[in-house]
Design a protein around this ligand. Structure first.
Ligand SMILES: C[S@@+](CC[C@H](N)C(=O)[O-])C[C@H]1O[C@@H](n2cnc3c(N)ncnc32)[C@H](O)[C@@H]1O
Length: 245
């Protein structure tokens, strides 16, 4: 996993320029997060720190970013060298991280979809739960594992598609291929059912779980029109999740 992201770190960073990132991903994420001013935030699978920096820009008191890929953390630190955000970055596997603090918010955009088994998902969620204060909240974005397979290729116009080479069963690899300025790069997520996620969230101790549909920003609609986004909204390739401790 680390090795894979090490080799696509720059490409992944560039994919953040796609319109879906700003108008759907970021917009939905911050709607779910609400006001982060004064909050302590643990950003798991922070990648090159795009959201870690944004939490600080929006007034978070403390941000710690964790990622398994040394290369992603190197890119995050390069940004930190350009402009000091006072974010602490740690290279670690979330499954092995243990407790490093008591945070108001734990976030982890696109982490859980790397769990290949229920046991791995459990380890990730135990780390998340143990690092939250009582009353704290876990907010994440995830590959929507319930997207109809027939729609996997309909998102090409947004710059990415999903493919599978086996029926969807626990642990099936789902390949995401992005096309940025004509260049392609791919990585795998893994299928586990929503019921498995729900069972694991409850078993680690989360009291409430909310699954959130992705939404398009008003600017996105103004820029490209509702019709442009409709294929995305019809098949919902991603999903938001909020869990309460
Ligand atoms: C799709 S990227 C998302 C990065 C960032 N959260 C974002 O939204 O831009 C997924 C990240 O998860 C990291 N990752 C995957 N499995 C991990 C694990 N077990 N522990 C820590 N990081 C992990 C990868 O290295 C990669 O940087």
């Amino acid at each position: 996993m680390a090795a894979h992201y090490d080799s696509i770190a720059q490409e992944y960073k560039r994919s953040k320029d796609l319109p879906i990132r700003a108008h759907i991903e970021r917009y939905t994420y911050f709607n779910m997060l609400g006001d982060v001013r004064g909050k302590s935030i643990l950003d798991l699978a922070c990648g090159e720190g795009i959201y870690s920096r944004e939490f600080k820009k929006k007034g978070a008191a403390l941000v710690v970013g964790v990622d398994i890929s040394e290369k992603m953390i190197e890119l995050a630190k390069q940004e930190e060298a350009k402009q000091k955000f006072d974010i602490q970055y740690i290279v670690a596997d979330v499954m092995e991280l243990g407790k490093i603090g008591d945070f108001d918010l734990v976030v982890a955009s696109y982490l859980l979809n790397y769990a290949q088994t229920e046991e791995q998902l459990l380890k990730m969620c135990q780390t998340i739960f143990t690092n939250l204060k009582p009353g704290g909240r876990f907010v994440t974005l995830n590959n929507n594992l319930e997207q109809p397979i027939s729609s996997y290729l309909t998102t090409e116009k947004y710059g990415f598609i999903k493919t599978i080479s086996q029926p969807l069963e626990p642990g099936t690899a789902m390949t995401l291929t992005f096309t940025i300025n004509g260049e392609k790069f791919s990585f795998d997520n893994y299928y586990l059912s929503r019921e498995t996620y729900q069972r694991v969230f409850k078993s680690v101790g989360f009291t409430d779980v909310i699954w959130q549909n992705m939404v398009v920003s008003p600017e996105g609609i103004e820029e490209s029109g509702q019709e442009f986004w409709q294929d995305y909204l019809d098949c919902m390739p991603h999903v938001g999740i909020e869990c309460f401790k």
